[in-house]
Design a protein around this ligand. Structure first.
Ligand code: 5RP
Length: 227
């Protein structure tokens, strides 16, 4: 079973957790897209809150009913992918540049399920460069402050502005992304606090104490993990 088949199996397993009448948060990325397809195929009467323009377009094209967080205050279940799944279901997210909307939706959810292929499981977070979303104004200055915050956490790395096709990547909210190749994040909670204290940082891709369950596709089938 290749990585994409594992993602599909995890997405389909998560879709089985959805019940009629639920408000469902839809994540972003290739694994979340498998969940969206599987959910749409079930033709349940659900209302969905997408975490990105890309997911909204996919869900709408498949006939899912959409609404927005804000008017709706509470989400029954959110299903989303991750770039890394570490101990106690600590996560790195934001490879798809949707981390801010994802975190807003996750934090408004009664239950959050992360879906992934087996390669996403790691003994310690940090191999995947940590995405950090910053406002565009004076972002070079913010990047220096991020360097300081990383140093405070004994991480001597310089964050790199994410660029695609020769231009800085913009999030759906118009912000920029810096990626910090930390290597090993020994204390994710301390790093999360340090990054949030930097003016100009909107949010970061550390999702700690948010996931209630993981469904991980493996060559042997879908494995369920709890924090
Ligand atoms: C988007 C994310 C994605 O969930 C993460 O990048 C995983 O993507 P994929 O399912 O394509 O491997 O955090 O911001």
């Amino acid at each position: 079973m290749d990585a994409d088949a594992q993602k599909k199996a995890a997405g389909e397993a998560a879709a089985e957790m959805v019940e009629t009448g639920m408000v469902v948060g839809l994540g972003t990325g290739s694994t979340a897209a498998w969940f969206v397809r599987a959910l749409a195929a079930r033709r349940l009467d659900v209302t969905c809150i997408p975490t990105s323009v890309a997911t909204a377009e996919l869900a709408e094209s498949l006939g899912l009913k959409l609404t927005e967080l804000g008017p709706v205050k509470s989400i029954d279940l959110t299903v989303d992918g991750a770039d890394e799944i570490g101990p106690a279901l600590s996560l790195i997210k934001g490879g798809g540049a949707a981390l801010l909307r994802e975190k807003l939706v996750w934090e408004a959810s009664r239950r959050c399920v992360v879906i992934a292929d087996a390669a996403k499981r790691v003994p310690m977070l940090g191999k995947f460069p940590l995405p950090i979303e910053v406002v565009a104004f004076a972002h070079e200055t913010t990047a220096l402050r991020i360097c300081d915050a990383l140093s405070e956490c004994d991480l001597g790395v310089a964050p790199r502005l994410r660029v695609k096709d020769g231009a800085p990547v913009r999030t759906d909210g118009g912000n920029l992304i810096y990626d910090a190749a930390c290597g090993r994040i020994e204390d994710p909670a301390a790093l999360a606090d340090a990054l949030k204290s930097v003016t100009g940082v909107v949010d970061h891709g550390l999702f700690l104490d948010l996931a209630d369950l993981a469904l991980v596709g493996t060559p042997q089938g879908v494995v369920t993990l709890e924090p």
